[in-house]
Design a protein around this ligand. Sequence first.
Ligand code: ADP
Ligand code: ADP
Ligand code: ZN
Length: 214
Amino acid sequence: MKIIMLGAPGAGKGTQAKMLAAKYEIPHISTGDIFRANIKNGTELGAKAKEYMDKGLLVPDELVVDLIMDRFKADDCKKGYILDGFPRTIPQAEALDKALTAVGESIDYAINVEVPDENIVNRMSGRRACVGCGATYHIKYSPTKVEGKCDTCGADLIIRDDDKPETVLNRLNIYHEQTQPLIDYYSAKGVMKEVDGTVDMNDVFDAIVAILGE
Ligand code: ADP
Ligand code: ADP
Ligand code: ZN
C-alpha cells in the first residue's frame, strides 16, 4: 500500500503516519525527519537544507527528489510506504508519478488531514521534539510523563527552530501556495480522501483506518 499524507504544517501528518506505519507494517518516510537527521549528523545535504528550513522555505525540488528516489531503493519499501511531507509541490508529485509509472505502480491513497489555519499556530507552539529519537509531543495534547524528557529514550525535548510563530506563518503561506494544489492533483487521479484533523488524534486515526481498511 502506498499512501501520501497531505495537510498543513502541524496538521498531524507525522503523528498519524507513525501510527499507520505500526498498524500496516510499512515504513513511515518523512523528508523533514531525513533532513533533520542530516543536519544533526553534519552532512553536506543537511547544511544545504538547513538554509531553507530555518527560513520556513521549501528545500529545492531536485534535492528532495534525489533523496526520496534513493530511499525507495531500500528493501523495506517493497510492501509500500507512507509518505509524510513529500510531495510538497506539483513538480515533486510529477517526479513521483514518473518514477512509479516506470515500474508499473501508483499511489493508492492521498489522505488530507484538514486543520484550519487558526488552529495551526497553537498546535505548533506546543509541539516538542526529542533530540535523541525524533519523537513528537505536544505540551497539552500529547504530554510526556516527565516534563521536558522523552518517554521513549529519556533525552531532552526541544522546540524546533522552524516552529517559532514568525516562521510558522511563512510555512503556512508556502503551504497554501505550493502544497495545497496537490489536493486537486490527487483528486483528479481519484485517490484523494479527506479527514477532519481537529478532533482527538485517536479519532483521526480511526477515520483514516476506515478509509484504508483493517
Ligand atoms: P511539518 O511536519 O511541520 O510539516 P516537516 O518536518 O515535514 O514539517 O518539514 C520541515 C521542513 O523541511 C519544511 O519546512 C521544508 O523546509 C523541508 N522539507 C521537508 N520536506 C520537504 C519537501 N518535500 N520539499 C521541500 N522541502 C521539504
Ligand atoms: P505535522 O507532521 O503535520 O507537522 P505533527 O504530527 O508533528 O504534525 O503534529 C503537530 C503537533 O500537534 C504535535 O505537537 C502533535 O503532538 C500535535 N497533534 C497531532 N495531532 C493532534 C490532534 N489530533 N489533536 C491535537 N494535537 C495534535
Ligand atoms: Zn526520544
